[in-house]
Design a binder for this molecule. Structure first.
Ligand code: F6R
Length: 237
């Protein structure tokens, strides 16, 4: 793992945006793995500015998001589909048909899981995967205890994750109980990975990751076995 310590959220966003910019300049038809949540918003804003300034283009880019809630319509304001359109897709030249999120409303969720990994493989695999990290070390919605061999699957959300995500819903009870998420192996299949984490809340998770212990009790620790991971972090002291 390459560790990059930053002094502010904005600096984290800029350093991460630089990695994505270099990726898009080197390979304009890159396949990007994307994340939702608070961590990547600044980076997406930076990428929007750069696209609008003509420094990068998404016109040949394919995107695959890590996860989506089960049971929410795309149009639901709390869906990850809506989030990604609000913060990124509506503001850049990406083609709608090249945008992929797992479909949490699929009639057969087991088939949707398999189909999602197949769609990623068909696109040639993910060139660059963005990750945030949960306070319990989750990546995607892969909670502690998830087998490292997991592919895209349906997960029951822990109370801690439902509580953290309640800010995106009018009522905490509206947070879905299940999500569809790329598995740990689906994430590990990416050619390169960037993980971003800022703030005191992420201190314990960063310390665990730095300790070097690989265990399914701390899902992000499997990243220690990936050949090309950059962790951009700060504000954890
Ligand atoms: C989001 C995702 C999650 C978040 C993590 C951190 O697609 O898969 O693993 O990356 O929960 O969330 P934030 O950035 O809001 O702290």
């Amino acid at each position: 793992i390459k560790w990059v310590e930053v002094n502010s959220y904005d600096e984290m966003s800029e350093v991460a945006a630089n990695i994505f910019t270099a990726q898009l300049q080197a390979k304009p038809d890159s396949v990007l793995g994307l994340a939702t949540g608070g961590s990547p918003v600044g980076m997406y804003e930076e990428l929007v500015k750069r696209q609008q300034a003509g420094q990068i283009s998404f016109k040949d880019v394919k995107t695959f998001n890590l996860d989506e809630y089960v049971g929410l319509e795309q149009s639901n304001p709390a869906s990850y589909w809506t989030f990604m359109h609000d913060v990124l897709f509506n503001h850049v030249d990406v083609k709608e048909e090249n945008i992929h999120l797992p479909n949490g409303k699929a009639a057969d969720l087991a088939i949707e899981c398999q189909a999602y990994d197949a769609r990623i493989a068909e696109a040639g695999g993910i060139d660059l995967q963005l990750l945030g990290i949960g306070v319990n070390g989750h990546i995607g919605f892969n909670e502690p205890g998830t087998p490292f061999t997991s592919l895209t699957n349906i997960v029951e959300l822990t109370e801690s994750t439902r509580t953290e995500n309640a800010i995106y819903f009018d009522n905490p009870a509206d947070v879905p109980t299940h999500a569809i998420t790329m598995g740990i192996q689906s994430i590990m299949n990416a050619k390169a990975i960037v993980l971003i984490a800022f703030g005191a809340k992420k201190l314990e998770a960063m310390e665990k990751l730095r300790s070097g212990v690989v265990t399914e009790d701390f899902p992000a620790s499997q990243l220690l076995n990936h050949p090309n991971v950059t962790v951009i972090y700060g504000g954890t002291k």
